[in-house]
Unconditional design. Structure first.
Length: 292
């Protein structure tokens, strides 16, 4: 038998789950946390489910009384009217639940924020209130087309991929039968390949370094110089933390690296000199090159 405390502490899981009280009384917990009372009965050799209302509007004691009334009704030969109301799961609710699962696996705060903003800004305004099982491939394509018209093709592909993951999560949870995003895979405009040429001429390299040296922004100038001395990606420079610097060595955590492996960068005397200068400005903070 269940207690009030147990029912209050029931948490949503990846799929709907029913917990037995006794004598055919169950409480169902949906993936969004909604709780619903159900009575499982047998009539004319067939099993069925009878809805008794939502918790906490219908408490434990009242649910047991309603279940007893339903049993007496069946005993008297009166069929039960109504069937369990299916819980409607919107795309927004499923996406929120998917994010909660995703954040348990991701350690990078940047990845979490990026994934959330893609769906929040580009999908939820159009599909957030729609039942997830009613969304069609054309609905998703209309969202992608808006991004394509703005020229943000790479964002369009990222949004499409995230939508597909959310729908596959919904399929695994029994909330819809299939992933409608899979049907529009070939309809999305490809991202054009862009190749940025590198400066290989020594004269041009020298001109670049002199331009960096006279750049007026203090933190930005030192960040660009540090980048030139370490050959690291802009994102790695932006997120460099003082806790990662140890003398003439910079150890970048695995979650910040593209290949998800820790990376050690040996620092030249010139790079250490840049750190010594920037430390006067940002040494008491978290980031080596903080943004204003």
């Amino acid at each position: 038998m269940l207690s009030d405390a147990q029912i209050k502490n029931l948490k949503p899981l990846k799929a709907r789950r029913r917990y037995a009280d006794y004598d055919g009384l169950y409480i169902e917990v949906g993936i969004t946390g909604k709780k619903h009372w159900l009575y499982r009965y047998t009539q004319n050799g067939k099993r069925g489910w009878h809805s008794l209302g939502e918790y906490p509007m219908v408490g434990l004691r009242e649910a047991r009384e309603l279940k007893d009334n339903a049993r007496r009704q069946l005993y008297d030969g009166v069929p039960l009217s109504g069937t369990p109301q299916e819980e409607v799961h919107t795309f927004g609710e499923v996406a929120l639940n998917w994010f909660s699962q995703l954040e348990q696996r991701l350690t990078s705060e940047k990845e979490k924020q990026t994934a959330r903003s893609r769906i929040k800004n580009h999908v939820l305004p159009f599909l957030g209130d729609r039942p997830v099982e009613q969304i069609k491939p054309t609905d998703i394509l209309s969202v992608i087309r808006r991004l394509e018209e703005r020229g943000t093709l790479e964002v369009a592909h990222r949004v499409y991929q995230t939508c597909g993951r959310i729908f596959r999560f919904a399929v695994a949870a029994g909330l819809c039968e299939r992933d409608p995003a899979a049907d529009i895979k070939g309809a999305i405009m490809p991202v054009p390949q862009r190749h940025f040429s590198s400066i290989t001429d020594p004269v041009q390299v020298g001109a670049l370094l002199r331009a960096i040296d006279i750049y007026p922004g203090g933190v930005v100038r030192m960040a660009m110089m540090f980048s030139a001395l370490t050959f690291c990606r802009p994102g790695e420079i932006r997120h460099a933390e003082w806790s990662e610097i140890n003398g003439d060595e910079w150890k970048i955590a695995a979650e910040k690296m593209k290949m998800r492996r820790p990376h050690i960068v040996p620092l030249s005397l010139q790079a250490v000199d840049v750190l010594d200068k920037i430390k006067i400005i940002s040494g008491s903070g978290r980031y080596v090159f903080p943004s204003a």
